[in-house]
Design a protein around this ligand. Structure first.
Ligand code: UDX
Length: 476
């Protein structure tokens, strides 16, 4: 820890909550808890990041977070610090919100989680409830317990009621998986579908039940392994829904059906539900791809054949080729064509490009020799770090600039700004008015009326007047 590191100034008496890791999950969680009235210490060992947060900069884009940060820096309910050990000493409930990136074999890398457990072990100055929020494989809680006992040099032991023996120092480990979506993190925090708490003692249960008592939603109380598995199973199931509807969309294109209507038709069945049935370019982001691979790895490790999930991943990966094939179908040769890319973030409402499908599409099109002009309302700085500007790739400041001289526009992220496009005006500045929509954002008829050739996902797109071909030369 650096010499001039920042430390929490609270005492043990007001029993603040400590949140370790101030990223996309930790920061909204910390601010949410502050808004619920708790005293929260948010710790991160990245002193630069903490410095920015202390100055009111969340360091990433998430609706509402900057405002809530300003509010609770001012109220004093949220205290960002870079002294992780001191933050552990000051808190009684300690949330682990550090990263669990994936290793090359797909397994979750739990190095940061273990590091946190070691810090907790060395700073047990009273009862602590250590709560996993990061997505971790089942039985991580057991490893956390062992780690704390080991690194406390035998001085600590799990709380009474836990499997192992008693004092001098007591702690519990719980699993309280987060289900926050990026772009809707605060909305999800304050209005969750459910809260899952995996606990191993009454004390841990009471602390968590009390903490979340202001939130009105079903509470699933269970053991730690079950709670850990719930998170993985939820993300795997949602990924499966997306891959399922994506395959249905391919079939729709073949038989002239409309995937939007199919999704509505099946989604109105309560047993299926309408959400996560938007066909498109596939899922991306920090969670789904990584968590699915970790779940597959967990199943393999335990000898369970979960090849269903391997297929979910395979389908998702093939969406890049599907989309690039659609672009090729729309404009024929890709080499030398100017393509305007609308949207880089892995979904709307965030500046996050981790595992964004857009990056893979851009890489493929660049390799094919296309000239790419990119625009995103929030994610351009992050993308520029991954894909530097070059003669083949340039960054634009508006949709109008992207469209100048383009042979096609490719819509990759469903930003609200893109729903409002003045297509008639864009048509005027494009070389060829072609729109390839990876998110089914538009009404095909309206796009045609604006004078565009339109290609979307899983829809029998009407062919504009004059574009009909003889049955022997079908373009679709
Ligand atoms: C996800 C989970 O939803 C959340 O509960 C968990 O805590 C973290 O992971 P997030 O990654 O923020 O949240 O995004 P989400 O809204 O779930 O979307 C994930 C990806 O799936 C995005 O790329 C999105 O575009 C894609 N998606 C989503 C679809 O392609 N179709 C859909 O119908 C829904």
């Amino acid at each position: 820890m650096s010499e001039n590191s920042t430390s929490p100034s609270t005492t043990q008496d007001n029993a603040p909550v400590t949140v370790l890791g101030l990223g996309h999950i930790g920061l909204p969680t910390a601010l949410g808890l502050a808004e619920l009235g708790r005293q929260v210490i948010g710790a991160d060992d990245d002193a630069r990041k903490v410095g920015l947060i202390r100055n009111g900069d969340p360091t990433f884009y998430e609706p509402g977070v900057a405002e809530l940060l300003a509010k609770h820096l001012k109220s004093g309910k949220f205290q960002p610090v870079d002294d992780v050990a001191a933050a552990v000493r000051a808190g009684s409930i300690i949330f682990i919100c550090v990263g669990t990136p994936q290793k090359t074999n797909g397994q979750a890398d739990l190095g940061q989680v273990e590091a946190v457990a070691q810090v907790v072990a060395r700073n047990l100055n009273g009862y602590k409830l250590l709560v996993e929020k990061s997505t971790v494989p089942a039985i991580t809680a057991q490893w956390l317990k062992r780690t704390i006992v080991r690194y406390n040099s035998g001085k600590a032991s799990p709380a009474p009621g836990s499997a192992l023996a008693a004092p001098p120092l007591a702690f519990d480990v719980a699993s309280n998986p987060e289900f926050l979506r990026e772009g809707k993190a605060l909305e999800d925090f304050f209005h969750p579908n459910r809260i899952v708490c995996g606990v191993e003692s009454e004390r841990a249960r009471d602390l968590l039940v009390n903490l979340y008592s202001p939130l009105k939603c079903p509470l699933v109380l269970t053991n730690t392994s079950t709670a850990e598995l719930i998170k993985h199973a939820a993300n795997a199931f949602l990924s499966m829904k997306i891959s399922f509807i994506n395959m249905v969309s391919d079939l729709c294109e073949k038989v002239g059906a409309d995937v939007g209507a199919v999704a509505r038709g099946i989604g109105l069945d309560n047993r299926i539900g309408p959400q996560f049935l938007d066909a498109g370019i596939g899922y991306g982001g920090y969670c789904f791809p990584k968590d699915l691979r970790a779940f597959i790895h967990l199943a393999e490790e335990h000898g369970v054949d979960f090849s269903l999930l391997q297929e979910v991943e395979h389908i998702n990966q093939s969406r890049v080729d599907m989309f690039v094939g659609k672009v090729r179908h729309a404009i024929w040769n890709l080499r030398g064509k100017k393509l305007g890319i609308l949207g880089l973030a892995f979904k709307a409402g965030t500046d996050d490009i981790r595992e964004a499908v857009s990056l893979k599409i851009i890489e493929t099109l660049r390799d094919e020799g296309s000239i790419l002009r990119l625009y995103d309302p929030q994610a351009m700085p992050n993308t520029q770090r991954m894909v530097p500007a070059s003669p083949q790739v340039s960054y634009c400041t508006s949709v109008d600039e992207v469209a100048q001289g383009a042979h096609a526009l490719l819509l990759l992220t469903e930003w609200e700004e893109f729903r409002q496009l003045d297509l008639a005006r864009l048509r005027e500045v494009m070389e060829v008015p072609v729109l390839v929509d990876g998110r089914n954002l538009y009404d095909p008829e309206a796009v045609h009326r604006a004078g565009f050739e339109y290609f979307s996902i899983g829809r029998a797109d009407p062919v504009p007047a004059g574009m009909h071909t003889s049955p022997g030369v079908a373009l679709k």
